[in-house]
Design a protein around this ligand. Sequence first.
Ligand SMILES: NC(=O)c1ccc[n+]([C@@H]2O[C@H](COP(=O)([O-])OP(=O)(O)OC[C@H]3O[C@@H](n4cnc5c(N)ncnc54)[C@H](OP(=O)(O)O)[C@@H]3O)[C@@H](O)[C@H]2O)c1
Length: 260
Amino acid sequence: MPMMSSQRSATPRLLLLGGTTEARQLADALAAAGVDAVYSYAGRTQAPLAQPLPTRVGGFGGVAGLRDWLRAQRITQVVDATHPFAARMSAHAVEACAALGIALVALERPAWVPQAGDDWRAVPDIDAAVAALPRAPARVFLAIGRQTLDAFARAPQHHYLLRLVDPPLQPLPLPQTTLVLDRGPFTAEGDRQLMLAHGSTHVVAKNAGGSGARAKLDAARSLGLPVVLVQRPQLPPRPRVGSVAEAMAWLAAHRAALGV
Ligand SMILES: NC(=O)c1ccc[n+]([C@@H]2O[C@H](COP(=O)([O-])OP(=O)(O)OC[C@H]3O[C@@H](n4cnc5c(N)ncnc54)[C@H](OP(=O)(O)O)[C@@H]3O)[C@@H](O)[C@H]2O)c1
């Protein structure tokens, strides 16, 4: 049963679903504007960056858990600034907010588009990315984080260069790897040097969009390397904004509509 009427009388309080550079930028803007907001991390990294907002860490426990949390915290607005590949969290947010009549907007960065000199092979998902690699042994910069590495165990002939935020807690599922521990944002020149140093012949990446992770694509172009680029997962329809400034304007307009 929607709860629009009770939400309307509530003091505005915002949940920011984060884990991205864009969420960090929005957190700065919210803190500067004195907005009552909570920043939420999934808890994937061992030492998440400190945020200028009160912060919680960990899953909510599915849609039901998120609904309970939103109610208990008297949240009136949600900004989903998660990574475009965090499809489960985004779908849960749509469902929970619709059930409670809470206003939701997604801060969604535009997908990257190729420019002259790019050699991109767009694939729909990680399995297709594995299949798009050559049969002959290659040296692959696998810039996809750690959650979907298992799929590449089906192509053990390649050497994989992995860049992760934390050392893996489990043995890696790939027989030939070089591990680099680093946290973005990265630079095109830094990524170019990394690929040269490791003799990379291919790059696998997700079409995340934004500036912080784009460096590897610019570096691949400058080296003439092919990029297997995983396209974004489908998400349920939801209101969207494309920048921190637009998110702040959405917030102000929604608060004005609440009479705040
Ligand atoms: N996927 C990527 O490539 C990628 C890249 C960079 C950063 N990230 C960040 O890493 C986090 C996890 O990504 P994912 O791909 O694992 O997401 P996901 O598959 O959509 O989410 C899986 C589960 O993790 C929990 N979760 C995800 N984001 C959360 C958040 N911000 N706050 C609290 N719980 C969260 C939720 O657990 P419950 O169901 O228990 O609530 C969700 O159902 C996201 O915050 C995302 O912004 C992801």
